[in-house]
Design a protein around this ligand. Structure first.
Ligand code: ADE
Ligand code: ZN
Length: 336
């Protein structure tokens, strides 16, 4: 079996995916037409040509603009189902997806519209594609903590269908500690806690995410490698890192795939995983991320299996489902 076929068939979980970041230009145009909106682009090719980012903020400006075509629950449903169709084709058995409610409520779209549309897309994906999933509500860190609290209160009727809270958007200048109280409230409500940290921000933000936000999983975490004591802490506690190779190179967090630290992370005993972040913007879904990292770093099949195993170990799954997925991975890795 060639490497691409091996990667596509490898049973895996996706743990870092912004559903708004899976909005393909074709769907963007279709939704603009359906909602009678005019896009500032002439064609799908024009949109793709604009995806040439020099840093995180550059990307975020375009990503928030793109999300404006999402108006109805049907739009969110279609976006979500389209993502799961791609994920299923890439061997994803389970996905834990982020959404950014403030991106929608701040332009007058009710929380219910986004949440119900996404949740119905997830339900359809489980019924029709057999992919299980969880939903994580992200707070936008460039906004203040009062706005995050207002969003958390809006989410109350849905908390039985929301697994956790996360923290995303512009990292530099917006340290995790800014959201200490709302993360404490989410923890008290029984939710899991994750945060983007150490993507563009320093290792100090990763320490803060651990010690102040009490995260259960670390999103990105690249800059943790700058601090050996932090690496030891992450390895000793088997903290899961949701690493996103194509995002890292497109946003210049890593200069080139040939120097991506994914294998260094494994060698240091970190529970690293491979994910797609915003696949419509960064040039590929989870399979493409595995392939790009495998090619750039000459990863062995054993390393690819380890990355997939880490994804199931780091997922917010019940024990029986986790064991079932791990057995499916073992059967694939050691046939017969
Ligand atoms: N929102 C969507 N993708 C993001 C990323 N890679 N970092 C921070 N916020 C994001
Ligand atoms: Zn992200």
């Amino acid at each position: 079996m060639d490497l691409d076929t091996f990667i596509t068939g490898l049973p895996k979980a996706e743990l870092h995916l912004h559903i708004e970041g899976s909005l393909e230009p074709e769907l963007m145009f279709a939704l603009a037409r359906r909602n009678k909106l005019t896009l500032p682009f002439k064609s799908v090719e024009d949109v793709r040509a604009a995806y040439n980012f020099s840093n995180l903020q550059d990307f975020l400006d375009i990503y928030y603009a793109g999300a404006q075509v999402l108006r109805t629950a049907e739009d969110f449903h279609d976006l979500t189902f389209a993502y799961f169709t791609r994920a299923a084709a890439d061997g994803v058995l389970h996905a834990e997806i982020f959404f950014d409610p403030q991106t929608h409520t701040d332009r007058g779209i009710p929380f219910a519209v986004a949440a119900e549309g996404i949740l119905s897309g997830m339900q359809a994906a489980q019924a029709q594609l057999g992919v299980t999933s969880r939903l994580i509500l992200c707070f936008l860190r460039h906004l203040d903590e009062d706005a995050a609290f207002a969003t958390f209160r809006m989410a109350e009727p849905w908390l039985d269908r929301i697994t956790g809270v996360g923290l995303d958007s512009s990292e530099r200048g917006n340290p995790p500690g800014k959201f200490a109280r709302v993360f404490a409230a989410a923890g008290a409500a029984g939710l899991k806690r994750v945060a983007h940290a150490g993507e563009e921000g320093p290792a100090a933000y990763v320490w803060e995410a651990l010690d102040v936000l009490h995260i259960d999983r670390l999103d990105h975490g690249n800059h943790a490698l700058d601090d050996e004591a932090l690496v030891q802490r992450l390895a000793a506690t088997q903290m899961t890192l949701t690493v996103c190779p194509l995002s890292n190179t497109r946003l210049h967090v890593v200069p080139d795939m040939q120097v991506h630290p994914i294998d260094t992370m494994l060698a240091k005993g970190l529970r690293a995983t491979i994910n797609s972040d915003d696949p419509a913007y960064f040039g590929g879904y989870i399979g493409e991320n595995f392939k790009a990292a495998a090619l750039g770093r000459q990863l062995s099949r054993a390393q690819l299996v380890e990355l997939a195993r880490n994804s199931f170990l780091g997922a917010f799954l019940d024990d029986a489902t986790r064991q079932d997925y791990l057995r499916r991975l073992d059967a694939y890795a050691q046939p017969g």
